[in-house]
Structure formats: structure tokens, C-alpha cells
Design a protein around this ligand. Structure first.
Ligand SMILES: *Cc1c(COP(=O)(O)O)cnc(C)c1O
Length: 356
């Protein structure tokens, strides 16, 4: 960490916090934000001063490249408060590294660790009252970068804005979801930007996901370019349990390298699960569903941690997964183990949690 950068951080506080009127119990995920945000501008080939200032709209030229060419990336991470009021981040190094990988793929400048992780720590210190204790409470962290240079010129911007927003989050039981296996649309392309956390990957998903929702499903399970292998579940990585073996696809340039995915793999191995990092064929899942060996499917990502899937459709045929007692479920065992570790309610043998 470069202490000069942090010493020069400019802090402007709100006149009055809105925390007293904030409904922590009923807040919807991602809808409301804390009092302050962190911003930093990139100009003339370098990152400038870090600034923490009141959460407010940003003003951009209407021709700013982000509006026309979608040069935009983001991250999603969480912080947790322990009973003794210590605040912990979960594997922030992983998000920092991934942010810079995304930046490079989108022809954006990498950012240094001091501005990303150091700046985030300073922001969370300012907003420490917004992090609530107890299992299920967390602070969702949304770093992002956009191209701000003006001009409808189809070339990379030379100016960028880095920003971090914080949003109090309460875990809720969303229930099991139903998914549709993609047999026409794709979220990513070979050699494309699927492995980057790029805004455009999300807009590419909205329309096919809307069609799936109109057909009664919550999400799409994305497949490879031939629609023969399973890749991701909506905006989550996906795991399949056949008998007692857990499968998840290896990451690739089409699949996002999720922090939750890699953490669950390590946790599962430490719990003695048989885990195979292998690409799973659609046919394998259909056969396993038919012969009763397909036990569970679940998505994994920072927001929901684990999302159980109760059934899926493929080419208009619906397959319902068998009922299973909660304590038998790998999805719930893993979710429980990971959320306890994140909330400091269990040991952290992997040293994943980082104190602020
Ligand atoms: C963010 C994201 C994930 C999950 O990554 P985590 O680091 O676990 O939050 C999975 N798939 C896609 C497409 C994503 O954008």
C-alpha cells in the first residue's frame, strides 16, 4: 500500500447521515446505498486523488464513451461485522485481481491495490455504522469503472471514473428457483468477454432471461457455443450433484471465475466431498434426471451465496429434482459453512477474511 495516496485522500462528509431513517430489516438487495461513495478519476495516463464524498448523481457529457460503447466493468463483494464490532472483508484480493483482468480485456487502465483495497477500507471505516452484525447481515460492495471521455469515436476512452458504492444487504430466503437450459441464446462467445465482469454481459442476458421468465422460469442455464455443455446459471456459477459427486465446469474465456465458486470448491474438499472440475454435458444431466441420480443443482455467487434449483426445462420438457432433507443437501451445507466463516462465526482455516 502506498501511504501517500491514502494520506492525500480527500474526505467530504454529509451534513446529516440518513442512517436513522434507514429500514435495515426490509431493505431490498441493491436498492439503497450508504451516505458516501469513493471516487477516483483517471486522466492523462494516471489515476488521481482518492475522494470520499456524499453519495450523489454524477454528471457526464452525453457523448461519454460509456453510453455509446459500453466500456464499463464492475465487481461485487461483501463485508461483515463480527460480534465485537470488527469488520471483515472476504477475499478482497480476488476481486481486486479480477477487476484488473476485466479492465485489461475492456481496454481500460488497471488500478493499483492502494486505490482499490486501501480506498475501500477507508470508505468502509467512514460507513462502519452501516455494517450490521449477525448471520445474514452484510454490506454489499460495488466497485465499478466507466469510460468518461467525450466523443462518439469508436476507440477506447482516455479518461475513466472509478467508483465504489456500498449497499446494506440482508440475506433472505429467495426459495428454490426453476431454470431453463439455453438451446439458442448465449451470454458469452469464444474469445469474447464472458470471463470479464463487464456491464455488457448483463445486457446481453436480459432479453433471453425475460423470455425464460415469461415461460415461468427464474433464470437461464447458459451453455457453450454448440449448446451441448452447461456453463453458468444466470449470473452465478453452477454446480451439479450426481449421486454424491459434485461437478462444476472449469473456468474459461466464456465463464466468470467466481470467488464463491472457488471458495465452495475448497470448502467442499475440506468437508470430504468428491468434487470434479469438469465440463458437464446437457445429455448427462438429462440422463441423470431421468434415472434419479441427479440430486441437486445450485448456483453460486456473492449476492445469494448459494441458490438452490428445484428443476429445469430443456426443449420444453420439464425435469423436477427429487425432494431432499435440508441436512442432506450439499448446497445448504456449503452455504452454511461459507456464511459462518464470512461472518466470523466459524474458524477461517484458509485465511480468507481480511480485517478492516
Ligand atoms: C459475478 C458473477 C459470478 C459470481 O462471482 P462471485 O465472485 O462468486 O460473486 C458468476 N457468474 C457471472 C456471470 C458473474 O458476473
Amino acid at each position: 500500500m502506498d501511504s501517500n495516496i491514502l494520506n492525500n485522500l480527500k474526505l467530504t462528509k454529509v451534513a446529516a447521515s440518513k442512517i436513522d431513517t434507514f429500514d435495515f430489516e426490509n431493505v431490498k438487495f441493491g436498492e439503497k446505498f450508504t451516505d458516501h461513495m469513493l471516487v477516483c478519476e483517471y486522466k492523462n495516463g494516471e489515476w488521481g486523488t482518492l475522494e470520499i464524498k456524499p453519495y450523489a448523481p454524477i454528471t457526464l457529457d452525453p457523448s461519454a464513451r460509456v453510453f455509446h460503447y459500453g466500456q464499463a466493468i464492475f465487481e461485487g463483494m461483501k463485508a461483515y461485522k463480527e460480534e465485537n464490532n470488527d469488520i471483515w472483508m472476504f477475499r478482497p484480493d480476488q476481486n481486486f485481481e479480477r477487476f484488473n483482468k476485466s479492465a485489461i480485456r475492456l481496454a481500460m487502465p488497471a488500478i493499483d491495490e492502494t486505490r482499490f483495497i486501501g480506498g475501500l477500507k477507508e470508505l468502509i471505516k467512514v460507513e462502519k455504522e452501516w455494517v450490521r452484525k449477525g448471520l445474514g447481515n452484510s454490506l454489499y460492495i460495488r466497485p465499478f469503472m466507466i469510460a468518461t471521455e467525450s466523443g462518439v469515436i469508436a476507440s477506447p476512452s482516455n479518461e475513466f471514473l472509478f467508483c465504489i458504492l456500498l449497499s446494506p444487504a440482508k440475506s433472505y430466503y429467495a426459495g428454490k428457483i426453476k431454470v431453463q437450459i439455453a438451446d439458442y441464446y448465449s451470454r458469452a462467445a469464444n474469445g469474447g468477454i464472458g470471463a470479464a465482469k463487464a456491464a455488457g454481459n448483463y445486457s446481453a442476458q436480459f432479453y433471453p432471461t425475460k423470455l425464460a421468465q415469461e415461460a415461468g422460469f427464474n433464470q437461464v442455464i447458459w451453455t457453450d457455443s454448440n449448446h451441448t455443455h452447461l456453463e453458468e446459471a444466470g449470473t452465478m456459477n453452477v454446480f451439479f450433484r450426481i449421486n454424491d459427486t459434485l461437478f462444476t465446469a472449469p473456468t474459461s474465456d466464456r465463464i466468470l471465475d467466481g470467488v464463491t465458486r472457488k471458495s465452495l470448491i475448497q470448502l467442499g474438499e475440506s468437508l470430504g466431498y468428491d468434487i470434479k472440475i469438469e465440463s458437464v454435458q446437457v445429455d448427462t444431466i438429462l440422463n441423470a434426471a431421468k434415472n434419479g441420480t441427479l440430486k441437486e443443482i445450485f448456483g453460486a455467487g456473492t449476492a445469494a451465496v448459494v441458490n438452490q434449483i428445484e428443476g429445469f426445462s430443456y426443449k420444453d420438457q420439464y425435469y423436477q429434482l427429487p425432494e431432499m432433507a435440508d441436512e442432506e443437501s450439499y448446497a445448504l451445507q456449503l452455504k452454511n459453512a461459507l456464511t459462518k466463516l464470512q461472518n466470523k462465526l466459524a474458524d477461517d482455516p484458509f485465511n480468507w477474511t481480511v480485517k478492516i
